[in-house]
Design a protein. Sequence first.
Length: 178
Amino acid sequence: MNPQDELNALIGLFPSEEPLVQTADHIPRDLTPEPYRTLLVHGHHMTVTMEKFHNSPVEVRVLEQRQEGNLYLRKITLVKSGTDEVVQFGIVRFNFDFVTGEIRDEILRGEVPLGRILIQYNVLRHIDLGAIVKLTAGPGLAKYLQMKEGQTTYGRMATIFCNHRPALDLLEVSALLE
């Protein structure tokens, strides 16, 4: 995977007049600064990692979504439960061919974070961490992550395999941590 091509492809799923990022740089995993390394450089679901790090359950807020055949695309934020404090921004490209209709329907409701659903339904899954990216926020990302345009944060691109098949490609970006 070419990290820049994959990042562009994921961002391009939801075109906007406001650029999401100003700049994006692929960085080595071992050079990812803390606490972003703890949040991003692992093979676990970000839902669980964010909840543990922020000491709070998280809720999903679906910003945009659409379905193209069995391909489901969505742009989301995760917020601390019961608040408007955003902890993560994400874009997901999910091939529903690799999950049951019951799981598909639960995801389409947009009420529960995707990672929680896969765990709840005990889907055999493996997360393949593709790349860590250092992102300078454009107006779009600044708005979604409640930060200033031009500030820097970190994200990751990964593929989640469901039942040994590559079902999801995703971009997960941490809110700015100070």
